[in-house]
Ligand binder design. Structure first.
Ligand code: ADP
Ligand code: PRP
Ligand code: MG
Length: 209
């Protein structure tokens, strides 16, 4: 059995057509069912549907053989037990700093609100900026509006969320897309089926490019 960890929402929706082209079709819709293990048309493949930030944990511990996770989540996770063989090119966006327009970021000790605490600390340390990083779990764009932070580190796609809250993008930290990740032990024990699926996905992704 191959177990693939995917998060509900954006990644699941964008991964579905890729998986379908690779011959894997879930037989249950996670939005209509409370089931967390989704069987598929293939007896030897199942999906587990979890929070995006939990995907690396399931894969590192071998609870899932494979996973689909955003680069933002993988960089923040800082794990070592994962192979990352393929950029799937889905759920593309940018990890950026953002804040009220016209306010310089590097003057004094900055307060930064984000769910990407490790990544934000590393980014500001590298530029020699003293930053106090405040952990949030969502709606980061609110923090500068109510005086919780000077700026945020968050994902930007269309820029609509920033604009709607009167914020401006500042610096690009990294371009983001979702990656296929593989448990290291599974890569040995289930080498055949995993390399076959990864190869199939790689061909689909490069045909799209
Ligand atoms: P969460 O509940 O963790 O916010 P999402 O489904 O919103 O879950 O995000 C899952 C992943 O999708 C993120 O880790 C990121 O890689 C990507 N992503 C998030 N927001 C966007 C966006 N606005 N546009 C494109 N990709 C995004
Ligand atoms: C994500 C991200 C930004 C927004 C960026 O939020 O955290 O807030 O998308 O996209 P945009 O530039 O196109 O506006 P999401 O929609 O995932 O909301 P949630 O994570 O708070 O549920
Ligand atoms: Mg989100």
């Amino acid at each position: 059995m191959l177990t693939i960890a995917v998060s509900k929402g954006r990644i699941y929706l964008e991964a579905l057509p890729l998986l379908a082209e690779a011959g894997i079709v879930p037989s249950v819709d996670p939005d209509k069912s409370r089931k967390l293990i989704l069987p598929t048309n293939r007896d030897d493949v199942q999906l587990v549907v979890i929070r995006a930030a939990d995907v690396p944990t399931y894969v590192e511990y071998g609870a899932a053989d494979l996973g689909i996770a955003g680069k933002d989540v993988l960089v923040e996770y800082e794990g070592e037990g994962l192979y990352e063989p393929l950029d799937l090119g889905i759920a593309r966006c940018r990890l950026m700093t953002a804040g009220p327009p016209g306010r310089p970021t590097a003057s004094r000790r900055l307060r930064v609100a984000t769910k990407y605490v490790n990544t934000a600390k590393r980014f500001f340390a590298r530029r020699g900026v003293q930053a106090e990083v405040i952990k949030l779990y969502g709606s980061m764009e609110l923090a500068p509006l109510v005086g919780l932070a000077d700026c945020i580190v968050d994902l930007v796609d269309t820029g609509n969320t920033l604009r709607a809250n009167g914020l401006a993008p500042q610096e690009l930290i990294m371009d983001i897309s979702s990656r296929l990740v593989v448990n290291k032990a599974a890569m040995k024990m289930k080498h055949g089926p995993i390399t076959e699926l990864a190869g199939h996905l790689a061909r689909i992704v490069s045909a799209r490019a």
